[in-house]
Design a protein around this ligand. Structure first.
Ligand SMILES: Nc1ncnc2c1ncn2[C@@H]1O[C@H](COP(=O)(O)OP(=O)(O)OP(=O)(O)O)[C@@H](O)[C@H]1O
Ligand SMILES: [Mg+2]
Length: 627
């Protein structure tokens, strides 16, 4: 089923701009487009020429031949050959433009998808906070698909139809103005009916898409939540709810298609009526000598040629609306403001001499420095050490909802700083600020003495390794997943990192060891094993600052102790931030910050905090009482 999720405004709002923009994409292929226009012109012209030739065929050849004793067919045959050739050229033209349109539309879609993905990679985390995955997905799938359909089929059909209608109309006016009047009357009737019924069915098409979106969303959610459904035995309830929204979809679909479907026979009948009236009036005109038989023959064929494109256009009307709405959603995402990065301090390979002078190197030296250009054109280098300071930092995801209040802290290279505190206290938020997932005003966070807002984001993030609270593994081998931390890591470095993370043993026992393929976020691993791989991934990056957000929450305490040993060796002289609910994890930290409602309420070493007999003491002794 197509994913039509979140099509909340299936009616395009900025039609003109959107059409213009779609054309700007198609316009990238001028040569192919020229061929398309030639093909369309040939195809439209051939049907008109073929029909126009019907008049002399009847008047000059077929008429005089009726009842003739020695009929000379040569003239007729020549004319038929000309007609045949005209139609043949038309077929070639149609074949050519439809084939080329497929190429143009698929190329355009590839470009749009690339642009979308490129934009997605640049969007701030906030955008993903405020849009559901299904909504973003549907821009790549459903929205591009409806747009492709419109470019590939709808557009050439629209142009052909308009050309045919105009061409045929001119030919008809020249041939018989009186009969054209009948046609115009019928045309108005058709337009009136299309407008009336079309707008009604349009409304139901939008409803149908909304319902389809809901069905899709529901299915998506319950596939992910299957286990929870089963745990609480909600299968029947879930099924009933599904039936309900599925029925709504059925009702809306039926209404949309019923109206759309009766439109076609109604228009068909009007066009037959038109045909009959034209034939009768034409017959009368012929009898009284106002028209030739050939002309009436041609004219009748024209009435058919004229009504066909109108019927096709009426059929396409809704598809156009849907496609434009899709295009609008795509452009909306492409136009989103990308993540801002005004940083200009970069991370470079450094050579540090005995006197502590730092110079830049273009080869890896194992040492890094911040390259800081100044307004007066001078450059200074600061060694990357991993010194992090917060000065009175206040932050809220929403401006009116403060999450962190007046946070001040420092972490010096070689120190292990821990954050503890209740759920929702703001621990993860602090780490989100260090790597600038979210920004706070100037000067509040300093890294090696530099305001982090001045540091280019990719360089800042390269200097930090994070094990996020939600572990995410990509489809690929175990080795690929660890290598994600440092793309040019050798196999030996990967094994080494896995050993530090204490993941080596379990990986070796997997069917294909490091080459075992992990699918769907590592579904074939245990939660703890996934965390071990995530830790190995951070270890292979070997950065000066490491942030572990509940990195060992699903790992048994013995394994955790082993990881800690490995990590301590790895992080010697570097800065580590640890967040953990399990207080044994943070016991040996240099400083422990206790957070409560976004504020640091206590700080100190484990012993100091125990002596203080405050919140930490409660948490710690509480834990002991529980265990
Ligand atoms: N993306 C977000 N958008 C809006 N509010 C958020 C967002 N993430 C977290 N919050 C809010 O910020 C507060 C702090 O969340 P945070 O994730 O920092 O807590 P935490 O201390 O890490 O908790 P836990 O121990 O459960 O991991 C919470 O009240 C939460 O509701
Ligand atoms: Mg958290």
């Amino acid at each position: 089923m197509k994913n039509l999720k979140s099509k909340t405004h299936a009616k395009p709002r900025y039609t003109k701009q959107t059409i213009k923009r779609v054309f700007s994409y198609i316009g990238r292929y001028p040569f192919l487009l020229t061929l398309v226009v030639i093909g369309i012109l040939l195809s439209a012209a051939s049907s008109i020429v073929g029909t126009v030739l019907l008049e002399p065929a009847i008047n000059k050849f077929i008429g005089p031949l009726i009842g003739a004793e020695n009929p000379d067919l040569s003239g007729l045959i020549t004319l038929l050959l000309v007609m045949g050739s005209a139609y043949f050229v038309g077929v070639i033209g149609a074949f050519m433009y439809s084939r080329i349109m497929v190429v143009i539309s698929t190329k355009t879609m590839t470009a749009i998808r690339n642009e979308l993905f490129e934009k997605m990679e640049k969007l701030p985390i906030k955008y993903f906070d405020t849009h559901t995955h299904g909504d973003l997905m549907s821009r790549y799938t459903n929205d591009t698909d409806t747009l492709r359909e419109m470019i590939s089929n709808g557009l050439p059909q629209l142009i052909t139809s308009v050309l045919t209608i105009v061409g045929v109309f001119i030919a008809m006016v020249i041939m018989s103005p009186i009969l054209t009047v009948i046609l115009v009357c019928m045309l108005f009737l058709m337009i009136f009916i299309v407008a009336k019924l079309g707008s009604k069915s349009g409304k139901y098409f939008i409803k149908q898409q909304d319902s389809l979106g809901k069905v899709n969303g529901y299915i998506e959610e319950y596939i992910a939540g299957q286990k929870v459904v089963k745990v609480f035995c909600h299968e029947d309830k879930v099924k009933n709810n599904f039936d309900e929204i599925n029925d709504t979809l059925c009702v809306n679909s039926t209404k949309a298609h019923t109206i759309a479907n009766i439109l076609m026979p109604i228009l068909g009948n009007i066009s037959y009526l038109n045909y009959a009236i034209t034939a009768i009036v034409g017959g009368v005109l012929t009898i009284y000598g106002f028209m030739s038989i050939g002309a009436i023959g041609s004219f009748l064929v024209f009435t058919r040629t004229f009504s066909n494109p109108i019927m096709q256009l009426s059929q396409q009307f809704n598809a156009f609306l849907v496609a434009l709405a899709g295009a609008e959603r795509i452009f909306d995402m492409i136009d989103q403001e990308p993540e801002k990065d005004e940083g200009y301090v970069t991370l470079v390979n450094a050579v540090i001499d005995d006197k502590g002078n730092i110079s830049e190197s273009d080869k890896p030296t194992g040492k890094w420095a911040w390259k800081h250009p100044h307004g007066d054109g001078t450059l200074t280098y600061t060694e990357l050490k991993g010194d992090v300071r917060f000065v009175d930092a206040t932050f809220g995801y929403e401006p009116d909802k403060i999450v962190l209040k007046n946070i001040s802290l420092y972490a010096e290279p070689g120190q292990k700083i821990a954050f503890v505190g209740s759920t929702g206290a703001g621990k993860t938020t602090i780490t989100n600020l260090i790597n600038r997932f979210y920004d706070i005003p100037d000067g509040k966070i300093r890294y090696d003495g530099i305001n982090i807002n001045k540091i280019k984001k990719p360089d800042l993030r390269r200097s930090l390794a994070m094990v996020l609270q939600d572990t995410h593994l990509f489809s690929g081998t175990v080795k690929d997943n660890i290598r994600y931390g440092k793309l040019d890591a050798t196999d030996e470095q990967i094994y080494e990192a896995a050993k530090v993370a204490n993941a080596h043993q379990f990986i070796s026992r997997l069917p294909d060891g490091y080459d075992t393929y992990l699918s769907a976020d590592g579904a074939n691993l245990s939660q703890g094993q996934r965390q071990l791989i995530a830790i190995a991934r951070a270890a292979v990056a070997n950065p000066p600052v490491l942030i572990l957000d509940e990195a060992t929450s699903s790992i048994d305490t013995r394994t955790e102790a082993l990881i800690e040993k490995g990590m301590d060796a790895l992080m010697k002289g570097k800065t580590v931030f640890v967040i953990a609910h399990r207080l044994s994890t943070v016991r040996n930290s240099d400083a422990i910050m206790v957070l409560e409602h976004g504020e640091i309420i206590e700080r100190g070493s484990h012993e100091e905090l125990i002596k203080l007999k405050g919140k930490y003491y409660q948490l710690y002794t509480g834990m002991f009482e529980l265990s």
